[in-house]
Write a protein of this length. Structure first.
Length: 217
């Protein structure tokens, strides 16, 4: 068994699980992944067996348990400092942490209306409209980061960082719900979804046997 074990939900739907999974892949750290299918009769019991808070993702490192996406990503960055999961420049790093934290705690209308679904595309203009303010804010953040700090590559801060891990699920939401994007956002979404780790996750998501119809709930 790998020293690091990441417990995640379905890859098709678990946006929070995607974030630390991408960070681990970007760090180049070997880890075992354990998928706990969501919305099953035993889901709650299986998750609480590793996290009493009852949520995934969860990272186990020996006797240590970490059960928050951002905390996991921060821990991974400390385990693999050479991977550069935060920008080198202090100003860029402060902004990167700010935009990741805003995603971590905000954008409730986006979360509520445009859930991540990597198995199918949805057409629901009412849901997109209900998340319009969050959509505009996300694109504004992306534009700010790309213009101020993105000269070194196609991602928010040039190279791929934890900030990109946190917005990767948003790119899936935007394409999955047909969100209109400006040129900067479109190019950024294309870059994230072309990243080998994101492609690996998306391919595995489409191959999963489980399907959840969140629109029917």
């Amino acid at each position: 068994m790998a020293e690091l074990t990441l417990f995640i939900g379905n890859k098709a739907y678990s946006s929070w699980s995607l974030r630390p999974w991408l960070a681990l892949r970007a760090a180049g750290l070997p880890f075992e992944e354990v998928v706990v299918p969501l919305r099953q009769a035993d889901t709650g019991d299986r998750i609480r067996a590793v996290n009493p808070a009852g949520k995934v993702p969860v990272l186990r490192h020996g006797e240590l348990t970490i059960w928050d996406s951002l905390a996991i990503c921060e821990y991974v960055a400390e385990l693999a400092p050479a991977a550069g999961l935060w920008p080198d420049d202090a100003r860029a790093r402060a902004v990167a942490r700010s935009v990741a934290a805003e995603m971590h705690s905000g954008f409730q209308d986006l979360r509520r209306n445009l859930f991540m679904d990597l198995k199918r595309r949805h057409d629901a203009l009412g849901r997109v409209a209900a998340a319009a303010a969050d959509i505009a804010r996300v694109q504004s953040l992306w534009r700010q980061c790309r213009e101020s700090f993105g000269a070194g590559g196609p991602f928010l801060f040039g190279r791929f960082t934890i900030a990109d891990c946190f917005y990767a699920p948003v790119t899936a939401r935007f394409t999955g719900w047909g969100v209109a994007m400006d040129d900067v956002a479109s190019a950024y979404v294309e870059a994230v979804q072309a990243h080998p780790a994101f492609r690996e996750w998306a391919e595995a998501a489409r191959a999963e046997p489980w399907e959840i119809d969140y629109l029917a709930m």
